[in-house]
Design a protein around this ligand. Structure first.
Ligand code: TRP
Ligand code: SF4
Length: 328
């Protein structure tokens, strides 16, 4: 059995797109691997260093999201990155031997700086350039063998592998395993207006939303605009409801597609059927989330317990790293 490590930046309320993109997959992985999952607050600082006022609230919200999705704090080690000081220490040590060119060449580096040009976020910082070094440290501090990554993070993982090879070469010892990517079938959910689901577009379905809200959001989704009567043949490929049917109602989706194309199902009925499927899956999450919101003390304890367990591994591996680098 390998060891999985992954993290997420606590950057405000989670939505259903985030859940389907990553968290749903973690919940499955917890039964197949030894897993460590951490709230990447230091990573959040690399781009949101100027306003940290919501940090603690966001960490708490993220922990609630994870627990209500079904991550089990006994099966997994769930912790907060900055509470384990070895993350910062290892990033510093790895930074010594990481060539500047490797970092400047990461494709997301220049893209993201460009994307944020003109906003109040200036990413021409040492911390932002070093983001992949921090991430490499996160992974190898626990000697993780597998990392679940989306497409957006795969360049970072590749860089981690190069950093590992260089470290093992320089210090003449196979200290770290080279972590492998675990790709999940990306389930990309659009927002309810068809653009990318994003808080800044106001088109999200919040994770843990109550059934009435889910149903209301489905009612707002745009369908095939050329359909006026139920008997008009529809074009599911241009319909947002259909994209959701593909993800949440995989079984019935082929039938619905055919019925839509033949003008045998109306959009109102189609939406009703989607709402039933989604709510069957999300109602439990909503209930759990509501309960956890009332127990902030319990959520804090879960994180403390995870911190303690992560610390044991981090301290032990750090000793070994310092030993090969002649720092003891
Ligand atoms: N960079 C990741 C993100 O923004 C979060 C992250 C930090 C991470 N360290 C990691 C993911 C280590 C996997 C492994 O989503
Ligand atoms: Fe979309 Fe369903 Fe209407 Fe077809 S019947 S256009 S898939 S909402």
């Amino acid at each position: 059995m390998g060891r999985i490590l992954s993290g997420m930046q606590p950057s405000g309320r989670f939505h259903l797109g985030n859940y389907m993109g990553a968290l749903e997959n973690w919940v499955k992985l917890q039964n197949q691997y030894e897993c460590l999952f951490f709230i990447a607050d230091l990573h959040a600082l690399t781009s949101s260093y100027a306003d940290t006022s919501k940090m603690q609230d966001n960490i708490q919200e993220m922990a609630i999201d994870w627990l209500s999705a079904g991550l089990d704090p006994e099966k997994n080690i769930i912790f907060v990155q900055s509470h384990i000081k070895e993350h910062a220490e290892l990033a510093l040590l790895l930074g010594m031997s990481t060539p500047l060119g490797w970092l400047e060449r990461v494709p997301t580096y220049k893209d993201k700086i460009r994307d944020l040009e003109g906003t109040d976020k200036d990413l021409h910082t040492y911390g932002f350039l070093g983001y992949p070094v921090l991430m490499a440290g996160d992974i190898i501090l626990y000697k993780a063998t597998h990392v679940p990554v989306g497409e957006d993070q795969s360049a970072h993982l590749e860089l981690t592998r190069e950093i590992v090879r260089r470290f093992n070469f320089l210090y003449h010892k196979e200290v770290f395993p080279e972590p492998q990517a675990v790709f999940s079938k990306a389930k990309v959910l659009p927002g309810i207006d068809g653009r990318k689901m994003s808080k800044s577009y106001g088109n999200t379905i919040p994770f843990g939303a109550p059934p009435e809200e889910v149903t209301a959001k489905i009612k707002m989704m745009t369908t095939d605009p050329s359909r006026i009567k139920k008997t008009d043949p529809g074009h599911p490929d241009v319909c947002i409801v259909h994209k959701f049917q593909q993800v949440f109602n995989t079984e019935e989706c082929p039938v619905i597609t055919a019925q839509c194309q033949a003008g045998e199902i109306g959009c109102v009925q189609c939406k009703k059927c989607l709402a039933e499927k989604m709510n069957a899956m999300l109602a439990d999450i909503h209930i759990k989330r509501t309960e956890l919101e009332k127990k902030p003390g319990y959520v804090k304890e879960v994180l403390q317990h995870g911190d303690e367990r992560a610390k044991v591994i981090a301290e032990k591996n750090m000793q070994e790293i310092k030993e090969v680098m002649n720092l003891l």
